[in-house]
Write a protein that binds this ligand. Sequence first.
Ligand code: SME
Length: 145
Amino acid sequence: MKKEEKYRELLPKVRALVGGETDRIANMANVAALLHLEMGFWWTGFYRVEGQELVLGPFQGPVACTRIPFGRGVCGTAWRERKTIVVPDVEQFPGHIACSSESRSEIVVPVWQGDEIVAVLDIDSRELGTFDETDRHYLEQIAAL
Ligand code: SME
């Protein structure tokens, strides 16, 4: 199945999962699990905004760094620039934080509540160039839910 079809099938599942629950951590946990299993990602998770840092939230995959300062790494940069960042090759991204040496490409999508970023959704791949505009399009919709 093509990536786009997988995302299209995923959207109503995410809507159903988070629609009846208001707890943000519970929703992040289920969305991370769903994305990880259905899309076959290598690391899928959330970092939550806590003061001037991002703190590791619900995730699926290998253990990861727990705290990321504002503006640092791909996650901190997406937070500072208030936009999704697609990194086709992490070695070409200045300041990339290597939680794992196996990570080769990455996408980070801000999670908004009103006009405030409350978390970022971070997905890592062991292959180069995994993420593109299709991922950005659908992951932004999922983060908005
Ligand atoms: N590589 C990320 C750090 C988080 S881990 O990949 C899970 C970054 O540069 O922000």
